[in-house]
Design a protein around this ligand. Structure first.
Ligand code: SF4
Ligand code: SF4
Ligand code: FES
Length: 239
């Protein structure tokens, strides 16, 4: 049986890589490797996962320099020979080892007004958007985001400017701008039109290239730029 040499980040903002030898198995995922280390070699290793099937987004880490869902990443696809390097996501504070603090990521969703704001009450009929309608398709483009942070961790602008709302929050804002049931767009466009909002994006496309759900935050941000410019021309962003 061959062996993987796995360098794993240990510590917090300061720390070091520690090397573990892990048996290489068929169809092994990077999450399997981390789990083996924690269960068989070093129970003090901290990491995060939940679903193991690409639904929760909690297992994202930096694998050989690139942010990925570890549960859906096969070792054979990413190992450099027999070597793997596993680190926490970039652009987020490290709590310990492979665990990042996601608070600023989700705080930015809130700042971008990424929460649905409707006007119906429980006494009203359901607000329907017909499947297949252009309105539904526009809202669908980014709706499957699961908040994993892969795009955020891959964005150079976030690395330079920690105030920047980032691709996931802006993608969420654009999804709601396109939701015909939502009533909060004036405030939402004002929230994303500031210096740390959509206009800070340099269209590097890392977010779109790396999103495991094939979402294009870059397109969403381009849509927000257009909508924010239009709202500014109409004088809707003032006050
Ligand atoms: S847009 Fe994609 S990469 Fe970014 S948080 Fe959502 S699912 Fe993850
Ligand atoms: S397209 Fe914009 S949000 Fe996406 S990685 Fe590039 S700078 Fe960041
Ligand atoms: S463990 Fe849920 S997406 Fe990987």
């Amino acid at each position: 049986m061959s062996t993987l040499k796995v360098s794993v980040w240990r510590g917090a903002e300061t720390g070091r890589f520690q090397v573990y030898e892990v048996p290489r198995l068929e169809s092994q995922t990077v999450l399997d490797v981390v789990t083996h280390i924690q269960r068989a070699l070093d129970p003090t290793l901290a990491y995060r996962f939940a679903c193991r099937v690409g639904m929760c987004g909690s297992c994202a880490m930096t694998v050989n320099g690139r942010a990925r869902w570890t549960c859906r990443t096969h070792v054979d696809k990413v190992a450099d020979g027999d070597r793997l390097e596993i680190a926490p996501l970039n652009n987020l504070p490290v709590v310990r080892d492979l665990v990042t603090d996601m608070r600023e990521f989700f705080d930015k969703w809130a700042k971008a007004r990424g929460r649905f704001e409707g006007e119906k009450t429980r006494r009203d009929d359901f607000a329907r958007v017909t499947p297949g309608s252009p309105e539904r398709q526009a809202a669908d483009a980014g709706i499957e985001c699961i908040g994993c942070g892969v795009c955020y961790s891959s964005c150079d602008v976030v690395a330079w400017n920690r105030e920047y709302l980032g691709p996931a929050a802006l993608n969420r804002a654009w999804t709601l701008v396109n939701d015909v049931r939502d009533t909060g767009n004036r405030e939402r466009l004002a929230a994303v039109a500031g210096d740390a909002g959509c206009h800070a994006c340099h269209t590097h496309m890392n977010c779109t290239e790396r999103c495991p759900k094939q979402i294009s935050p870059t397109s969403a941000i381009a849509g927000l730029k257009r909508a924010a410019a239009l709202a500014a021309l109409r004088g809707e962003l003032e006050g």
